[in-house]
Ligand binder design. Sequence first.
Ligand code: UD1
Ligand code: MG
Length: 467
Amino acid sequence: MSITALVLAAGNGTRMKSEKPKVTHEVMGVPMVNLVVEAARNAGAGRVIVVTGHQSELVCDCLNKCCCAEYVETVYQADRCGTANAVQLIEGMLTEEERKGTLVVLAGDVPLIRPETIRTLVDDCVSSNAAMSVLTAKFKKPAGYGRIMRDTDDHVVGIVEDKDATPEELKICETNTGTYAFALDGLFERLRRISNDNAKGEYYLTDIVKVCCDDGLTVRAMRVKDTDETKGVNDRAQLAGVSAALHKRITRRWMAEGVTLISPKTTWIGPHVTIDSDVEIWPNTYLRGHTRIGKGSTIGPDSRVVDSTVGEQVTIDSSIVLESEVGDFCSIGPRSYLRPGCKLETGAKVGTSCELKNAHLKAGAKVPHLSYIGDATIGKSTNIGAGVITCNYDGFKKSRTEVGDNAFVGSDVMLVAPVAIGDGAIVGAGSVISRDVPADAMALERSDQRNEEGMAKFLREMSGGDV
Ligand code: UD1
Ligand code: MG
């Protein structure tokens, strides 16, 4: 059975007071419309169509970065004359096969909807042969939402919008979440029978309930268990509210999966992060983007890992790792910065206060203290002394440094790229190396030391003993 999803995202979002469209604002690092699209896709939707309007190009740019972008299409709603009109726009886009299936309608500004909830709503609609099934929620203070009207037999007979409701109807606590599953068969014909004779002068999708009931069709309502799933975002306070709810959902999930969070409140884990069991995460740690952390690793405190793969038994202490690959048994930090394009093979070490960019450390290579290693390869088991710098930029272009296996580069060496140090070579401390060093050679580039006997004592006496 085919499921098509429609995400409504044409609105203005005026209350966000933002230059960018509301649905592109991020919740835990992911634009909210993308979270909704991903939920629809994970619920089994073959196609996800997003209705755009206000700042449409910016919404489309954002959707292009979605994990399931290849399944997403957009349709432009020029005249935002109501949610029923938004649904009508897709009539000509569906195949014969799709028209026999189900349409799920979701709001682009309700980002915490779960795939399982969407799926249950679809199954409820299909299994009961209903024309539609609406997801509802109970709130103590339902102000602002459409209210679900039921007859004496508890059957749903209508949805009345807050602005159009009588004082008696306003007392109803069961609300419309704006999430629906519709049987596509006959839907567009029924949508044409909706009028805009209401407080907002809009074609309300909610009026479809009455049309279905008039035709003697079944309308179902399914109550959501977790009301966080139906929280909408209209302003920055609500944005913070749904972000906090998602934060809690994610941290609970990983703890249930066997991850230790020393301080769940100060640990920030994005929705696309995956973490193996027995990982320990210390306070003030941010795991963002498509990051993966392997079994038994310890991350933090005060660390940020973005779009990176981290192996097993790795330690990352007070450091930043961006778009990099860190192998098993590596250690990073304290206070190091791995910029994009780094690859650390098994057991490699980046110690205190180092910066690496586009650097490849082979197995067991060590950069323990205060170095800048950029556009470089460091061979197997090679040791890089304190303060070594790869001079990869001559003011015009970037060049690479290649250091072989089992080499030793002494402290405070400048490796002026392009340059290569052979396997097993030694470079003496303080050297400025601008020519290649052959394998097993020792390179030393500094002036001879001069000892002037008695000079220190002489100077001290000359200055009256102050030196
Ligand atoms: C809607 C429901 C209401 C429900 C509430 C839940 C209707 C008529 N009412 O009210 O019963 O309780 O959601 O949050 O549907 N949109 C378009 N094109 C349009 C109009 C709206 O794409 O022409 C989009 C909006 O951007 C938004 C969604 O549809 O994402 C809902 O529209 P909105 O105007 O916010 O309806 P509500 O008043 O919130
Ligand atoms: Mg709304």
